[in-house]
Design a protein around this ligand. Structure first.
Ligand code: ADP
Ligand code: MG
Ligand code: MG
Length: 898
């Protein structure tokens, strides 16, 4: 148990132990910000709680009593007192903030007696009863589990409130208009609801309430929505949550009070402006829940100028101290500002970029920190399309809301998370439309292209999640009328049914009917289309600055996986410095080539096969020449034919007959060959270098195509650096046989053309035996490229294409923490990479090492590849910026760790 307040035990660096909230409450106390006193129960207690069948350590109660005594002493109030009762909040706080996942209980300590004491003490019965009804509501929900049932669209407590308003006023009235008598009645009805739904009496003793609340906070660590969230963000369940118990300050005492949430800068677009919102005469939960639509903080300037000035001062202090944009929660009680939370603000990729560059210019951070401030896995957001300006000019906005998540999204609307998920699973583009969202909607939000809400401000749940997940979001679009029952959205005199199309512009906060056409982002337009206007935008210039820093910081370079000149050009524009993988088989499918390929496969003699291959050669040569030109002197790793041959043959009877006619081979012969090539385990069958060993003439043709193209392009004055890659090598001898074929072709072409070529021959390390015997293989291989897709499949004995039937369950059970086909299994498959790196270097110290599997574009895998010391990673063209950023961050982190 750690105190904060007049005496503060912890500090901001203790997040693992105190949770993010607790550690920063302590830190704020240390720098003299006004924080109500309290104490933090550590995450270790949570771990103990789950390890010990949900019981507490014996010493806990005593420590909590000491903690409460300390708060009593500092506030002059007493817990459960009948004169001046102390009320506390019980707040969860995990290491990383998990917005909306954990539940907070306010005004704890109230019962039928203390509420009267509070009313007398403050001379404000309305306030006291408002606190009480809030407390019963929150406690009933969070601790006693009185929650919305699957068939209900509204929270049961809200339904009781609506009913009361209806009974007494026959219309909707604002909560702030309810009288003391209304509130008394609400408490009675709430308690009856609790009794009915939870089957037990509401606890009266403050200590019973407190212990129950602490248990509920720990319990909520394992609730469904927390689990879903942790899975999405890969937060280990072992971390646990802390619990903060803190003296209440009251934002609901009248119109000189209120609660708010603010950012020190705009987290949606990055502008340097005080950004946030508040509600007069409200407790904090109202702001976050998005039940009432709050006012922007700038309004406070008029309504409470002194409090606003204090907040401005706090805003400056926070940024100077934390040196990052802060997201903070405050309450004003009778004109006095209190700080209740601060954390590094979640931000969109666009804001992250602007924050980092601006703060570097303001000398708050150095350039390396600026690089680290851009989340690599969010960077792709900056490349996402925006609405085409011409199209937007034509379209008429049918509603306007807050621009909470920048970008453009069009989709078919769904009003409920489950239906949104189902539609998305069917391949539809979905727009989730809700009055407001809550954590139960998370799955639907993940599935949707964009989120549109009718109510709630910039700190509503929808906006929060949008910021974090990079979803396009417009919230608080008051003009739309969402009817959950009828499943319709009425707006601007039109009615939209589920399945109808709508578009939202999360940068401008506009809503459009139908599908609005999109255009490439400024960065794509500037880099790939040389659009001069785009290049002048701040977004483009900031992006280029970031990429330049990335090059300065990185040790590894970034290449691309590309099969065409166009892909290559794009990747080079994004900053790739070579090709890490060209898959030659993709080139065999287009147009007439596939016929030549099939003739080759159907050939019965070597001569026939060579004749067919001769037809393919010019095609391949042209492809390679195009790629070499696009590379402008950068190296290209070209992988020889890899897939099993039957993949190139038609499988249905009709297709076989058509092919027979076309190439003049009997259909029966085709059918027979297909049968003959059939394999039980194609992934482990006649493929990779096994093909080139079985049919050396295939490799010979491919080598010729590579070198003839190289000679041709080199004659044009462009440097060419081919790196021939033999796939699926497990034995040194396999490689040696293929290398000989390659060298022979190279010698022949150089002689014929008189051009001297610089080239390398190497291999892909993608089966365990290859990795384990890398020292032998490196005697022949001039480079290794880790094919981590196959290395994962063979290393885990798990077929990627078949893993859908069991892998999700494995992730749920945390047998695997992440999908190993997306993020490298560092402890297992990673060892194979590590062994191969060390063994490879032991026999060829300057061997070139790269990775070309899907993992080459995944930030956490890139971090691993930095650690094992690869020379480059390779990924698809649009992932190149992400990989550059991740490589830079990995290098900076590794250096910092030295
Ligand atoms: P979350 O993690 O969901 O943000 P918090 O623990 O921060 O939950 O609580 C939500 C809100 O409850 C806070 O923003 C604040 O407005 C209010 N709150 C929490 N503790 C107190 C307190 N001691 N006094 C007044 N308001 C509080
Ligand atoms: Mg909360
Ligand atoms: Mg909070």
């Amino acid at each position: 148990m750690y105190l904060f307040g007049r005496k503060t035990d912890g500090n901001g660096t203790m997040k693992p132990l105190l949770g993010g909230k607790g550690a920063n409450l302590a830190e704020m106390c240390r720098i003299g910000l006004p924080v109500p006193p309290g104490f933090t129960i550590t995450t270790e207690v949570c771990t103990y709680y789950y390890a010990s069948k949900r019981t507490y350590p014996a010493a806990l109660r005593g420590q909590m009593e000491a903690g409460v005594a300390s708060i009593e002493q500092q506030t002059g109030k007493k817990f459960g007192d009948l004169k001046n009762p102390l009320l506390v909040s019980v707040r969860s706080g995990a290491r990383d903030s998990m917005p909306g996942m954990m539940d907070t209980i306010l005004n704890l300590g109230l019962n039928d007696q203390t509420v009267e004491a509070l009313a007398r003490k403050t001379d404000n019965p309305r306030f006291a009863w408002d606190c009480y009804r809030r407390f019963v509501q929150m406690y009933g929900d969070v601790v006693l589990g009185v929650q919305k049932r699957p068939d209900e669209d509204h929270e049961p407590f809200e339904t009781v409130i609506e009913q009361l308003k209806h009974d007494r006023y026959h219309q909707a009235v604002e909560d702030t208009k309810l009288t003391v008598d209304d509130l008394r009645e609400l408490v009675v009805r709430f308690k009856a609801l609790v009794k009915e739904r939870a089957g037990k009496q509401f606890p009266d003793s403050p200590w019973d309430q407190l212990m129950g609340a602490v248990g509920a906070v720990f319990g909520s660590w394992m609730n469904d929505r927390a689990i879903v969230y942790r899975r999405k963000y890969n937060i280990p369940s072992e971390w646990g949550t802390a619990v903060n118990v803190q003296a209440m300050v009251y934002g609901n005492t009248g119109d000189q009070s209120g609660s708010g949430v603010a950012f020190t800068r705009n987290p949606a677009n990055g502008e340097k402006e005080f950004y946030g919102e508040f509600l007069i005469n409200a407790q904090g939960e109202d702001v976050v829940a998005g039940v009432r639509t709050p006012e922007p903080v700038s309004e406070l300037k008029k309504q409470m100028p002194k409090a606003f000035a204090e907040l401005e001062r706090i805003r400056q202090t926070l940024e100077k101290h934390f040196k990052d944009v802060q997201d903070f929660e405050f309450t004003i009680e009778d004109g006095v500002v209190y700080m209740l939370q601060t954390r590094n603000g979640k931000r969109t990729a666009m804001a992250a970029l602007k924050f980092s560059i601006d703060m570097f210019r303001e000398k708050l951070i150095d350039w390396k920190t600026a690089v680290m401030r851009n989340p690599a896995d969010q960077l792709e957001q900056l490349l996402a399309p925006v609405f085409d300006t011409a199209e937007v000019a034509k379209a008429k906005a049918i509603a306007t809301g807050l621009p909470a998540g920048p970008g453009a999204a069009s989709g078919q609307i769904y009003l409920n998370a489950d239906r949104a998920v189902t539609a998305a699973e069917k391949g539809q583009k979905v727009l989730l439309v809700r009055i407001e969202t809550s954590p139960e909607d998370l799955r639907g939000m993940i599935a949707a292209e964009g989120i549109l809400t009718a109510r709630g401000g910039v700190s509503s749940h929808a906006a929060l999640v949008a910021r974090q997940m990079g979803k396009v979001c417009v919230c608080g679009a008051a003009g739309i009328e969402v009817d959950y029952q009828a499943r319709t959205v009425k707006v601007d005199g039109k009615t939209f049914k589920e399945g109808d199309w709508m578009s939202i512009d999360g940068t401008a906060g506009k809503v459009y009917a139908g599908q609005v056409k999109t255009a490439p982002s400024e960065i794509v337009a500037g880099l790939l289309q040389n659009d001069e206007a785009a290049k002048k935008t701040e977004k483009f210039r900031n992006f280029q600055q970031l990429m330049k820093w990335c090059s300065d910081a990185s040790r590894m370079s970034v290449r691309t996986n590309a099969d065409t000149p166009e892909q290559t050009e794009n990747a080079v524009a994004f900053g790739a410095v070579g090709i890490g993988l060209t898959r030659t088989e993709h080139m065999c499918f287009e147009g007439d080539r596939i016929d030549a390929m099939r003739e080759m496969i159907l050939a019965e003699t070597v001569e026939e096969r060579k004749a067919a291959l001769a037809k393919l050669l010019p095609y391949q040569r042209e492809d390679f020449a195009g790629i070499f030109r696009a590379l402008k002197g950068y190296p290209a790793t070209i992988r020889f034919l890899d897939p099993p041959l039957h993949e190139f043959l038609p499988h249905t009877k009709q297709q076989q007959e058509e092919l027979a006619k076309k190439i003049g081979v009997p259909a029966a012969r085709i059918h027979q060959r297909v049968e003959q090539l059939h394999e039980f385990n194609p992934m482990l069958g006649f493929r990779g270098c096994r093909l080139g060993i079985g049919y050396p003439e295939i490799s010979e043709m491919q080598a010729r195509a590579v070198f003839e193209a190289a000679a041709q392009v080199q004659k044009e004055g462009i440097k060419v650096r081919p790196e021939v890659m033999i796939p699926l090598v497990a034995f040194k001898k396999e490689l040696d046989l293929q290398i000989e074929v390659v060298h022979q072709a190279a010698r022949a072409v150089q002689k014929e053309t008189g051009v001297k070529l610089t080239y390398m021959v190497g291999t892909m390390i993608e089966i365990p035996r290859g990795a384990l015997t890398a020292d032998e293989i490196a005697q022949s291989a001039e480079f290794f490229s880790f094919g981590t897709n196959d290395l994962t499949q063979t290393g885990l004995g798990m077929s990627r294409d078949d893993s859908g039937s069991f892998l999700p369950h494995y992730q749920e059970l945390e047998i695997v923490k992440k999908n190993p086909f997306a993020t490298i299994d560092a402890t297992g498959v990673g060892q194979l990479v590590d062994i191969a790196v060390r063994k490879g270097r032991s026999s060829r110290p300057n061997i070139k090492l790269g990775i070309c599997g899907e993992h080459g574009g995944d930030p956490s895998s890139i971090q691993f590849f930095e650690k094992v010391g690869l020379d480059y990673v390779s990924c698809s063209p649009y992932r190149v910026p992400v990989a550059r950023l991740a490589a830079a961050q990995a290098a900076l982190q590794t250096k910092a760790g030295d």
